[in-house]
Design a protein around this ligand. Structure first.
Ligand code: NAD
Length: 695
């Protein structure tokens, strides 16, 4: 059963029981409706308590029912709430831990609500591009007031129960440590004979001059919402709680909810939500695979990446030792970490004590003996196979048996790195993104011999350090950077053909990317790509590149760090100013190539950059480098600034239609540098079959 029925004297106790968070799926709803009816029919029962088993009252809708007809199968959440609200006996919601979305809407259908402190109360639907669709927008303002309800519905952010203790939402917030069920049953007994039964729907929203308040809310939400329609719809439906009678408001909420369900933005957000959950599952590594305990860590190299990686461990309370070859490099790295924490404290995001505690978890050393007992070591030394070989041979010699040996390499062959050790099953790639203490994405690179328990441990670690882990197979650039290379190739070809950096950046930023390719390269350092292209010229001379980026680097314009790149920069500023010198260089280069520059439309720019990602993504999927298309989307959403409202490159391609995407790619394949556009066979097949990429 997914809702248990027991009785305590004259009080029936209905316990929602659908782990992990008592999602209100069809079975749970059906059982809950049956339980209410049973209590109603039982003459010995005078009152009812609804509570949740385990670690939640209820987290809301069951995400497993997303996009399935089950969500609309009777009894729907609306029906359940109506059955509760129409029950002839008093119903008390006994709330603890988590009460969100549909769970909160169910509680609002009850006659009374009691809670423990510390329970997270939220209506988070806006985060999926929706609004609370089962009365939340109408009932919440009646209990917590118009402004508090509006804030909660528009932001989706949780509020702890004790902060709402002064509102009508809770009839009682018990002291911490109270036996909730016992107290709720006693509360229900005391209310058993009180009539009429109080109903939220019968209250009114009292807000003097609500029109002015709502106008101001509309203006500020509109300014913040960007391309997302849901926040404004949230305002309008909450507004209906004061401007319309209850039933009419409920009907309006329903209509706007169904409208939002169909918007591409909500579809993209729901896709991203599901994709993030799917990413942590590996088909041949079952959820009960034993994981290795990670209580201590080591990092090799205190450079740009090593410092940030060490901070991730310290932030999660894991002691970490950083190893360097030279004392001054170590001091510099530790100094940068300290400065980072000091800045976070200055911004008020961390208390001074917390900053010190984290710093105290980080030690430096020059001696491998000091790291030998660490449960995991992450190597972040120079990107050079020779240096990696020295380090991994050392690690193999000193690390305790069972330690996980990870490399942060961006481009090198992990299987070769593993072969430097006598324990390739313990070797894995942990590819962090810069700045490593900030960026959410962690590509977890699974080598040919990586142990399943090591992979499971890395996935568990990624959660512990609050990263989004995505598993990638071994290939040059893994998922993200391999696709980025094709995207950048197109960006550079566009320069040769007639575009300028500022135009390309503006077009793709208008599409929704956080940053265009040229601003991004200036931030990351243009020398990184230069180094890779030089290697490519030797390893794969058949791959054509525009020379424009090399010409830029030959002038020492490596980006923000040298004060000049694709753009000009002014000291102390990050703002990119178009550079007359670079633009002239680009025009000259077209001339040297004998190309007549043409006006290139923004649509072509967006198409070429995004479809280059899609085509390479399809190849990556077919080769099994990515387990699923949605993993590729998560890489781009969390690591590369792809716009969330478009759901990631693969989802976007599906929403455009794979045949349309393929047709465009075939068109480009017939043009200049057509070999860059050889369609991925998977894309051709799926387009012909009328299918998508399959999750
Ligand atoms: P970096 O040059 O900033 O730092 C490398 C550090 O390693 C230096 O402090 C150096 O003194 C130290 N080092 C070199 N040889 C060593 C050895 N044998 N033992 C101990 N320490 C040694 O480089 P980085 O940008 O931090 O890159 C490190 C790794 O991370 C590379 O594999 C790189 O490909 C990868 N990576 C970099 C980025 C990025 O954006 N910078 C992103 C992802 C991955």
């Amino acid at each position: 059963m997914s809702a248990d029925y027991t009785s305590e004297g004259s009080v029936a106790v209905i316990t929602l029981n659908n782990p992990p968070v008592n999602g209100l799926g069809l079975e749970t709803r059906t059982a809950a409706v049956a339980a209410i009816r049973r209590a109603e029919a039982d003459a010995t029962i005078k009152a009812i308590v609804i509570t949740g088993a385990g670690k939640a009252f209820s987290g809301g809708a069951d995400i497993r029912e997303f996009n399935s007809p089950k969500a609309l199968t009777e009894p729907t959440l609306h029906t359940l709430i109506r059955v509760v609200e129409d029950c002839a006996k008093p119903v008390v919601a006994a709330i603890h831990s988590v009460c969100m979305g549909g769970g909160l809407e169910l509680a609002l259908g009850c006659n009374y609500r009691v809670a423990l402190p510390g329970a997270l109360i939220a209506l988070p639907e806006v985060k999926l591009g929706l609004l609370p669709g089962a009365g939340g927008t109408q009932r919440m303002p009646r209990m917590v007031g118009l402004d508090m309800a509006l804030n909660m519905v528009v932001s989706g952010a949780p509020v702890v129960s004790e902060k709402l203790a002064g509102t009508a939402l809770f009839d009682k917030v018990f002291p911490a440590g109270t036996d909730l069920l016992g107290a709720a049953v006693a509360f229900a007994e005391a209310k058993a004979d009180i009539r009429p039964l109080p109903k939220v729907r019968e209250r009114s929203v009292d807000y003097p001059d609500h029109a002015a308040f709502l106008e101001a809310a509309r203006a500020s939400v509109k300014a913040m919402a960007g391309p997302f329609p849901a926040p404004l719809e949230c305002v309008e439906t909450v507004a209906a709680s004061v401007t319309m009678p209850f039933e009419q408001g409920l009907a309006f909420e329903r209509e706007r909810f169904l409208h939002l369900m169909q918007t591409p933005e909500s579809k993209a957000q729901r896709h991203a939500f599901m994709a993030e959950r799917a990413a942590s599952k590996v088909p041949d590594v079952p959820g009960d695979t034993p994981v290795r305990s990670i209580a201590s860590a080591a990092v090799i190299g205190a450079g740009t990446m090593g410092g940030g990686i060490a901070m991730n461990f310290a932030n999660a309370g894991i002691a970490v030792t950083i190893l360097e070859t030279q004392q001054d490099a170590l001091d510099k790295g530790l100094g940068t970490i300290r400065k980072n924490y000091e800045n976070t404290v200055k911004k008020g995001k961390l208390s001074a004590d917390q900053g010190e505690q984290r710093m105290a978890l980080i030690k430096g050393t020059l001696d491998y003996a000091d790291i030998a007992q660490a449960d995991i070591v992450v190597e972040a030394v120079f990107e050079d196979m020779g240096v990696k070989e020295t380090v991994f041979k050392q690690l193999d010699a000193v690390m305790k048996p069972g330690a996980i040996l990870a490399s942060n390499t961006s481009t090198l062959d992990l299987d070769r790195i593993a072969a430097f050790t006598r324990r390739p099953q313990d070797v894995i790639g942990l590819h962090f993104f810069s700045p490593a203490n900030v960026m959410k994405l962690l590509e977890i690179v699974r080598g040919k011999q990586t142990g399943k328990d090591v992979l499971a441990s890395a996935l568990a670690l990624s959660k512990k350090i609050k990263k989004t882990g995505v598993v990638s197979g071994v290939c040059d650039g893994f998922i993200g950077n391999r696709m980025l290379e094709q995207y950048l190739r197109q960006a550079y070809f566009l320069l040769d053909e007639g575009a300028l950096p500022a135009q390309v950046d503006a077009a793709i930023e208008q599409f929704g990317f956080a940053m265009g390719p040229f601003r991004m390269s200036d931030l990351a350092g243009n020398d990184v790509g230069w180094y890779i292209r030089k290697r490519r010229a030797i390893e794969s001379p058949q791959i054509a590149y525009s020379k424009s980026a090399d010409l830029l680097c030959e002038q020492g314009r490596f980006g923000q760090k040298t004060g000049a790149g694709w753009y000009d920069y002014q000291a102390g500023e990050r703002k990119a100013y178009p550079s007359a010198l670079v633009d002239a260089m680009i025009v000259q280069h077209s001339q040297d190539l004998g190309l007549e520059r043409r006006a290139i439309g923004d649509a072509e720019i967006v198409e070429r950059l995004v479809y280059a990602l899609v085509n390479e993504g399809a190849k990556i999927l077919e080769e099994g480098i990515a387990m699923r298309a949605s993993d590729i989307d998560i890489v781009y959403l969390t690591g590369y600034g792809f716009p969330l409202h478009r759901g990631g490159p693969m989802f976007y391609a599906e929403s455009v239609g794979l045949p349309t995407v393929l047709e465009a790619i075939r068109g480009y394949a017939g043009g200049r540098h057509g070999e860059a556009w050889k369609p991925a066979p998977l894309l051709e097949r799926r387009a012909a079959e009328g299918k998508g990429f399959g999750g």
